[in-house]
Design a protein around this ligand. Structure first.
Ligand SMILES: Nc1ncnc2c1ncn2[C@@H]1O[C@H](COP(=O)(O)OP(=O)(O)OP(=O)(O)O)[C@@H](O)[C@H]1O
Ligand SMILES: [Mg+2]
Length: 265
């Protein structure tokens, strides 16, 4: 079986007439991998995830996913584009851009209904995912009136209901309290065990360490400066300082490997 999932070969990308974000970026991600994408603000994490999700397209280079070339032309084919977005779930950095109905239950049912699933099946799948995520108490609420963490859970539910093979998460833990972060980590580990491919962008080094065996690090100049084991990058203080993921107050305790981002006694 071919293990290759995403293949980027010397990809360049820029937003309209702005300065290029990426030049000659090459990355291969295999099926079943859990990869964390690390980098400071503006390093290009969200942009790279948007390329993987075919929301924007490289101006140069080759981008293949599931063995097929992904470009604007391919995505103009409605059946192809629908199938692509069914296989690949994207959890946006900002849940507000993802939620657009007036009731949580409808929000989660929207994707399956769009795909033409039968009403009974939709009802069953939506209720299952609501139970799985423990958000039964939210199902009649308006998504707009939820807290940030509750919105994130609904966004996760609306993606998981389609049971995608690949999950792309943009800063999934930002704004979540420790218990909700733990819940998300456990959920991602469970999905990983179930064979899903997971690509997560984050500043949260502990999250990268918990869920990913591999890390990709983008510099502030949008270059890929590290591609290797997630555990090694956490010990690489010089690299983390250079790419602005830690500052001089941050120190890493070698034994038991944990990071303090502020000074302490
Ligand atoms: N729609 C856009 N139009 C023009 N430039 C953009 C657009 N979106 C992002 N950029 C620029 O592209 C670069 C990469 O931005 P991106 O959002 O990918 O960074 P990021 O690593 O996700 O940052 P953050 O950690 O703040 O979310 C930045 O220089 C940003 O200003
Ligand atoms: Mg971002």
């Amino acid at each position: 079986m071919d293990k290759e999932l995403f293949y980027l070969d010397r990809v360049s990308f820029k937003y309209q007439d702005f300065q290029p974000v990426f030049n000659n970026l090459s990355i291969i991600i295999q099926k079943g991998e859990s990869v964390s994408l690390l980098g400071a603000n503006g390093s290009g994490k969200s942009t790279l995830l948007k390329i993987l999700c075919a929301l924007v397209f490289p101006s140069e280079g080759i981008f293949r996913a599931f063995g097929q070339v992904i470009n604007e032309e391919a995505m103009e084919n409605e059946a192809f584009s629908k199938e692509y977005h069914r296989r690949l779930g994207f959890i946006f950095q900002n849940s507000d851009v993802q939620l657009f109905t007036t009731r949580v239950w409808d929000e989660i049912a929207f994707g399956p209904l769009q795909l033409g699933w039968e009403q009974d099946r939709v009802r069953e799948m939506v209720d299952d995912v609501i139970n799985l995520l423990g958000i039964k108490h939210l199902k009649e609420r308006s998504p707009y009136r939820l807290s940030g963490g509750e919105k994130k859970k609904v966004a996760v539910a609306s993606v998981l209901v389609l049971n995608p093979q690949v999950l792309i998460l943009d800063e999934p833990t930002s704004g979540l309290d420790p218990k909700t972060q733990r819940w998300l980590v456990d959920l991602l580990l469970e999905l990983k065990r179930g064979g899903r491919t997971i690509v997560t962008s984050t500043h949260n080094l502990a999250l990268a360490h918990s869920i990913s065996e591999r890390a990709l690090v983008l510099s502030e100049q949008h270059c890929l400066v590290y591609d290797g084991p997630a555990s090694d990058v956490l010990e690489n203080r010089d690299l983390l300082m250079e790419v602005n993921l830690i500052d001089e107050y941050c120190h890493i305790h070698g034994e038991g490997e944990h990071i303090h981002c502020y000074t302490h006694e």
